[in-house]
Ligand binder design. Sequence first.
Ligand SMILES: NC(=O)c1ccc[n+]([C@@H]2O[C@H](COP(=O)([O-])OP(=O)(O)OC[C@H]3O[C@@H](n4cnc5c(N)ncnc54)[C@H](O)[C@@H]3O)[C@@H](O)[C@H]2O)c1
Length: 433
Amino acid sequence: MRIVMIGAGYVGLVSAACFADFGHDVTCVDKDSEKIAALNQYRIPIFEPDLDKLVESGVNSGRLRFGIDLSDISDADAVFIAVGTPSRRGDGHADLSYVHAAAREIAGLLDGFTLIVTKSTVPVGTGDEVERIIQETNPEANFAVAANPEFLREGAAIRDFQHPDRIVVGTDDERAKKVMGQIYRPLYLNQAPILYTSRRTAELIKYAANAFLATKITFINEIADLAERVGADVQDVARGIGLDNRIGAKFLHAGPGYGGSCFPKDTRALSKTALDYGVQLRVVEATLTVNEARKRTMSRKVAGVLDNDIRGKTIAVLGLTFKPDTDDMREAPSIALIAGLLDFGAKVRAHDPVGMEQAKKELSDIEYCDDPYACARGADALVIVTEWRQFRALNLERIRTDMATPVIVDLRNIYRPEDVRSAGFKYESIGRA
Ligand SMILES: NC(=O)c1ccc[n+]([C@@H]2O[C@H](COP(=O)([O-])OP(=O)(O)OC[C@H]3O[C@@H](n4cnc5c(N)ncnc54)[C@H](O)[C@@H]3O)[C@@H](O)[C@H]2O)c1
């Protein structure tokens, strides 16, 4: 199939490279000319494991190319829209201006039947609006609009795309079903279930999935708070409930609150959409409020470990990205934590294996260090915020002798309390007495 992918971000770039790997002919278009120039020199603008190899092999095979204009659309069987849908400033609704702009740009260029597919996460009814925009801009156009939400996780994006739990396709149009069936055929052969639904249902599935996962994390975070008070261990509680098949073990890791490019904005957008339709999603609203508050409380937790005396103290922060194996800083818990520590008058230095360039755009008043040991040197407390593999087996002896005071606050529970305490540290973690 001939595919045009609009947007070369985390989703567009991974999808384009994977579709080319399936054997399709893919043009990936982004209006960010620097991004496209980098890609044309095999430089990947984001950090995603193994994406460089997949892009290189796609380009070398002649099946993947990058550009800034949409001239290839006239030949395309399908045009995917994978542009950003960030929170709209002020009200938390999804900002659909990029999606609508892409629809307008596509409209005038269509020639012959073309399937337009929204891969971006978009509120219920967006497919209808994309259809309306295209029809209005080009009344002659022969097209259908389908929803195909993406469920990949940054850091494991290629694997998720190639081995999805399910593929959701929202359309009632038989021509659209045929095109989507052909595009995903290589996965279908591997038994990935394709779930055909109405377009609005597909749009809602994506938000419901993210809201559910965000709620699961928030639930275990609140249980962690209780575990600390009652002298229980949240890790064991999570295991104890997670072994129940009805619950499942995933997304039950207590921590500093969820962040990232999806859960915060998608939970906000879902609750706004619901209100527009006269429905209040109280569970989702509670998740949002609890999570925002939690991210802010983490600086108080660190201050508490230092007896609330942190003015002028140096706090070393390990991990800045919202999770390991990505350079994505969007709504990362580190941002609220560091802002709180700076407000308390602490000096902050930080290290992240790949996220420091992105972090500098968000966090300018801190010192950046080349490695975890340089970060810990002379510090009054070491705070683990993102559970990068590199932080899981630190030389504790070396860190203890280098720090001003041996204090570790582990917001991801990657160490065993008895190990760290017996290495001579004051140690605090999440949900463990
Ligand atoms: N990042 C994730 O893990 C993830 C997972 C699943 C779904 N999603 C959803 O996928 C969508 C894209 O997310 P992302 O993280 O890839 O975003 P991103 O911000 O990384 O990338 C979006 C890209 O689209 C480009 N763009 C915007 N308008 C354009 C236009 N008219 N023409 C060409 N290019 C244009 C931007 O320059 C940017 O490079 C969002 O709706 C998001 O919610 C993201």
